[in-house]
Design a protein. Structure first.
Length: 324
């Protein structure tokens, strides 16, 4: 199935409620278009779940939308991309945050339940490898070194930094990473280990990126990986590692993602919208329309890597088709 076909044809562990925003605000109908209801006032719920990486972006959209909607409650939870799709395909949510594209088995689950949806890319990301700031040796890691750290064969075997590179000190590895329901886990394992889900299991896992941040902050030999936004929020207490994907060491940043030099850990971020929810729930349509129309403001406020011109045009076009 091609991505173009998917975008119109189909449209997410423990659940951690990351943000619940009660949107009470100005009277009158939404000015977002497509969801305001003729002469009516928006009301009701918008239920979102999925990626913890995308959660801050969607929560920022909800905060801005509070100024446009009346009586709407937007709930954004974080059960991971995979966990979010499970709920989405069971009709438990209206929108699914995702840090990777939907997979064939998830498409099949949605199809079996009669759920049609639309994929919308809302931002870019530099999946960021981080270490403790006291780590003065791992300034740049090759993809092979990252594989040495995280490959399934390394479980119980590679336990010290000097096993990653002989020039590194005798310092125990302390590994923290996303759980298996995480789209970040899926993306990283495929990009680094060559197969989605292929990873050593002897590490401390969490679907909450803040837990991973705290883990790395607490041990000199610690390392983890998560979305760029979480690094930026904690850059005073973490160190980002440059990645050598074969063309030299590259720092994760908005520029290196957009110019294509940060490989192989640059990635798109998505929301998936239930076509039925968009059609039948004006508050969902209003929120999605606003999200797309104000995407630059939202990504800027949430410190995400913005869409480029072509990506923004595609987002606008796709949302426009949803309303037809």
């Amino acid at each position: 199935m091609t991505r173009t076909t998917l975008r119109r044809r189909v449209a997410p562990a423990a659940v951690v409620c990351a943000a619940t925003l009660v949107l009470a605000a100005c009277g009158g109908q939404s000015s977002s278009g497509g969801g305001g209801g003729e002469g009516g006032e928006l009301a009701g719920q918008v239920l979102v779940d999925g990626s913890s990486t995308v959660e801050p972006l969607t929560s920022a959209a909800a905060e801005f939308y509070a100024e446009e909607a009346a009586g709407v409650k937007v709930t954004v939870a974080t059960s991971g991309t995979g966990g979010g799709f499970e709920k989405f395909c069971a009709s438990e949510t209206d929108i699914s945050n995702a840090s990777r594209a939907i997979e064939e088995d998830e498409i099949a689950a949605c199809e079996a339940a009669g759920i049609e949806f639309t994929e919308l890319q809302v931002a870019n990301d530099a999946l960021t490898v981080v270490v403790n700031p006291e780590n003065d040796w791992a300034n740049c890691l090759t993809t092979q070194q990252l594989m040495t750290i995280w490959a399934p064969a390394s479980e119980g075997q590679v336990t010290n930094w000097n096993q990653v590179d002989p020039s590194f000190p005798d310092e125990p590895l302390a590994l923290f990473g996303p759980g298996t329901d995480s789209g970040t886990f899926d993306y990283f394992t495929e990009a680094i280990n060559g197969e989605e889900g292929a990873s050593r299991a002897d590490y401390q896992s969490s679907e909450d990126d803040n837990v991973l941040v705290q883990g790395v902050q607490g041990a000199r030999g610690a390392t983890s990986y998560f979305g760029f936004t979480y690094f930026e929020e904690n850059q005073d207490t973490l160190k980002a590692v440059q990645v050598d994907g074969g063309q030299g060491c590259v720092t994760p940043s908005a520029q290196t993602v957009q110019d294509g030099t940060y490989v192989p850990l640059a990635r798109p971020l998505f929301i998936y919208v239930s076509n039925q929810a968009y059609t039948e729930k004006p508050q969902v349509a209003g929120f999605v329309d606003f999200y797309a129309q104000q995407i630059d403001q939202i990504t800027g406020a949430a410190q995400f890597v913005a869409l480029n011109k072509d990506q923004k045009s595609e987002l606008s076009d796709t949302v426009g088709q949803l309303g037809q």
